[in-house]
Ligand binder design. Structure first.
Ligand code: FMN
Length: 215
């Protein structure tokens, strides 16, 4: 070990809870760019993520091309319009249509996250019966990045209203990579400790005790 382990005191624990409480899924961004050093710090944070067999199967694709951005935004709008039809005739239809479900046109940074299903690192450890562990590891990397971003005042929005094969083809990535997420990254237009879906009456957070079962 290169340095003595840090002691995380009660103040830190409280701050950490505040970070969790004030992390938001962000769909409204202001126009400030994210500094290259901050982007690198966020990506560096993902190296500390736990992963099955230490396989580190996450692959981040930073999207630079305005043409790719425009195509993705149009694609998500189209998939979203199709998804909205599932609510047709229901009370929630108008509410669904009023939700803003991505910031693909405004966010200064877009990142696609893939799982390398054939990752060599890890040598297959831990995935013989549960290969999905590779994908779960990628989700953890995203959560690491999400918290690291929020700790720097940077917001992240996870977009999943899309057709994975279409995104895969558009980004021209290896066949063994499966799409995990499309992320919008930038400074949030506003800050809240309440999820947007809760403040808009779609779905509130529920008590954690309701999610606990004992046997
Ligand atoms: C796997 C995953 C997929 C999501 N996909 C979308 C999405 O496509 N569009 C969207 O607006 N929000 C998406 N979200 C954000 C959720 O709506 C949000 O996390 C939830 O409402 C709780 O709000 P909070 O993250 O601000 O606490 C996604 C979140 C996760 C974890």
């Amino acid at each position: 070990m290169s340095e003595p382990p840090p002691r995380f005191d009660a103040d830190f624990a409280e701050q950490f809870m505040a970070l969790l409480r004030w992390r938001r899924d962000v769909r409204h961004f202001d126009s400030r760019p994210v500094a290259q050093a901050d982007m690198e710090a966020l990506l560096a944070s993902t190296a500390f993520t736990p992963s099955v067999g230490n396989a580190q199967p996450w692959r981040f694709v930073r999207l630079r091309s305005p043409a790719i951005r425009a195509t993705l935004a149009a694609h998500v709008d189209e998939v979203n319009a199709r998804a909205a039809k599932a609510y047709a005739g229901q009370d929630r239809h108008d509410a669904y249509l009023s939700l803003k479900l991505h910031g693909l046109r405004e966010a200064p940074e877009l990142m696609a996250v893939f799982c390398d299903e054939k990752a060599e690192a890890g040598h297959g450890l831990g995935i013989a019966t549960m290969p999905e562990m590779l994908r779960y590891s990628c989700v953890l990397a995203i959560h690491t990045l999400w918290l690291a971003a929020r700790s720097r005042g940077i917001g992240l929005g996870w977009v999943s209203i899309l057709d994975p094969p279409a995104v895969h083809a558009l980004l021209d990535v290896p066949a063994d990579w499966s799409l995990i997420a499309l992320l919008c990254i930038g400074y949030p237009a506003d800050l809240s400790d309440v999820p947007e879906l809760e403040s808009r009456g779609w779905q509130s957070r529920e008590p954690w005790r309701d999610r606990l079962f004992e046997r």
